[in-house]
Design a protein around this ligand. Sequence first.
Ligand code: PRP
Ligand code: URA
Length: 209
Amino acid sequence: MGNITVVNHALIQRDLSIVRDKNTPLPSFRAALHRIAVGLVYEATRNLLLEETPIETPLEPTTGYRVANRIVFVPILRAGLSFLNAALSVVPEATVGFIGIRRDEQTLEPHEYHYHVPPAENEHTVAIILDPMIATGGSMVAALNRLSIDGYQHCAVVALIAAPEGIEKVHSYYPTVPIFLAALDRQLNDAGYILPGLGDAGDRFCATT
Ligand code: PRP
Ligand code: URA
């Protein structure tokens, strides 16, 4: 099924159980999300372009590397914010852009209410979209549409949990976009929630339930 990497690292799967559990206290929920995001962003950035650069160790000159891509992290508000600090801890030189998208609870259609992402600088610019949940896939497709209008030729998605329906939708529009996940879950329920999932990621992260 398309370009998907489910990161089966033991600690990510341990932390995924913490965030799924409805009895997990808020600080532990946020901390586990943060740790998972660090692992997923490492995976998503595994094949970045490296340039050689001369450096000096305390003992002798040698060759070091720097990342040649410009990275733009794009959290989808609100839940994507739960991944942002973790992403920046791994790539502190990254640019940050924001897309605010809210899913209509009745129609499940995405509605964009905020967009502030710099246009892609050149063909080496990579947008990494952050959003823990891909349910119907509508929000992710809306975000990819906007970024492609802004000239982004290279996008990757870092999510936590996806439903098969959502992955199918994203890949029907963007078959080559790589998606990094901690879990590909069973299905959506009638209300468009992922099963078994973790509930409403935005509400749990923002403590608005
Ligand atoms: C959630 C989630 C995704 C979207 C996924 O956001 O963070 O953005 O739903 O659903 P979809 O794949 O069916 O589009 P929500 O709209 O609940 O907004 P929030 O993050 O502000 O809570
Ligand atoms: N958005 C969420 O936060 N959770 C779901 O299960 C589906 C959409």
